[in-house]
Design a binder for this molecule. Sequence first.
Ligand SMILES: Cc1ncc(C[n+]2csc(CCOP(=O)(O)OP(=O)(O)O)c2C)c(N)n1
Ligand SMILES: [Mg+2]
Length: 583
Amino acid sequence: MSNATVAEQLVQVLRQAGVARVYGVVGDSLNPFVDAIRRTEGIEWIHVRNEEAGAFAAAAEAQLTGRLAVCAGSCGPGNTHLIQGLYDAQRKGVPVLAIASHIPSVQVGTGFFQETHPERVFVECSSYCELVSQVGQMPRVARIAAQHALGASGVSVLVISGDVLHRTAAQPTSSSYVSRPQGTIVPAREQVEALAERVNAATTVTLFCGAGVEGAHAEVMELAGKLHSPIGHSLRGKEWIQYDNPYDVGMSGLLGYGACYEATQDADLLMLIGTDFPYDAFLPGTRTVQIDHDVTRLGRRTPLELGVHGDVRTTLREVLPLVGQKSDRTFLDRMLRKHAQALERVVEAYTRDVEQHLPIHPEYATRLLDEVASDDAVFTVDTGMNNVWAARYLTPNGRRRVIGSFLHGSMANALPHAIGTQLAYPGRQVISMSGDGGLGMLLGELLTLATRQLPVKVVVFNNGALGMIKLEMMVDGLPDYQTDNGNVDYAAIAQAAGLHGVRIEQPGDIRTGLTEALAHPGPALIDLVTDPHALSMPPHITAAQVKGFALAAGKTVLDGGVGKMIELARANVRNIPRPTIAR
Ligand SMILES: Cc1ncc(C[n+]2csc(CCOP(=O)(O)OP(=O)(O)O)c2C)c(N)n1
Ligand SMILES: [Mg+2]
């Protein structure tokens, strides 16, 4: 008989699952758990200033490492704060376990101080959410929660009262293997053959890639080489597929650019590869096949001729030997040229006078950030205009990572995502591309950076406004209302909080300011005073296209520059083989 407490058992199970830290804010009902962490080797408590940040930090850690990450909140408000970050984790399908401590068990149902019902509250943002009311449920239920988060790639929540955490366990903890998904999903042979048949029969094929192409760059290139296919991507697919890609035609969606839309619309067959791209108005709606490791996603965005259930890499390896080499590359070459032309047009508009332009062009600042950041930097990106700058100006290379709240779409994600990233990768350069609105929302997390001396670099795109919404209102024909954040000196705030802080107002100071701040050994904030009116709008834009990132009906929604991508596009056009003249 072990005399461990339930809280100690929970911590032991977390250790066995490889968990090294728990993000949260301490509080009465959590005390036995936090105290058990204090006394356990190999696991530490990360004191954030808002539990929401703890959940975002765990989401980033889980996304980047693929391992279980944990956050916690005390009863009532302590754990309702977790919701935003848990939605982020659940939507992006990453393994996070949240410990939601609860009011004293004898008080449940009495309207007690801080009473909520976490087992109801968290249902929608989790795939496993259970109340632990008996000591005998431990340690098994903790193992189930960990395994469920890993296995279902999502959030598990354990709700447990402080008095239950405090009690003596009913049985020893012992050990049990916690397994991360490592198998592959091999598609059925008939599906592979049917896919090859369709691809071979099509005159032209476009590949549209999402985050599921991670690890399958070589296979996608080989397929595109055989089919002479243009390759487009979603925002989440960009970091895995755009680099070293002679078939690149850009990105689709509200932040899209280049010839991706044309390539997806005009192809004889569209192949969706590892993407759950939600903007169905950008898809042709016909002649589509799809590969996904999650069978429930097949056909949920557009009607399919064929849906193939399998991992992208495994599926492509199976199908490649059955795919014949196409000879006609006219369609690909036309799309590559269209793509380069589309980029040339915006590059011209966005590179003129930017060295002098006041306030600073955010596009120009991101271009310089892209140049001075290290080759394996992790960029965390706030929801808002920063999504646009990151999509257009950060150059993926297969080693860098760019993460954000790309599915839940919450503001204020970048700084807490950076906290989780830096803790998981202490030696790596971590850059938070924060909006001033986003930073203001979780400003207290600068204190987390300062107290832990986490060397995150916070680059604030300080346009003094909720810029994305300003744009939406303009597009909607509404007067600009309540979008001002005021002129705040975030560098001064950072300095007062104990960070290296620098404010940059002149475009000529950006490169040196960024380079120096990135080289600073501790946490640093770079307050870039940027133009709130950045981004030109194409004339044909409609309200529905921008509103809430949700509705879309056209091919180019936001115009804007494209940074170094133009170089890839130009090179790809240069490399189009010249026709050989028969003698
Ligand atoms: C939590 C939350 N609240 C509101 C929104 C709606 N929203 C999306 S972007 C945005 C403005 C972001 O402003 P800022 O961080 O300053 O970035 P900017 O667009 O100015 O670059 C708002 C209010 C949201 N996505 N999430
Ligand atoms: Mg702003």
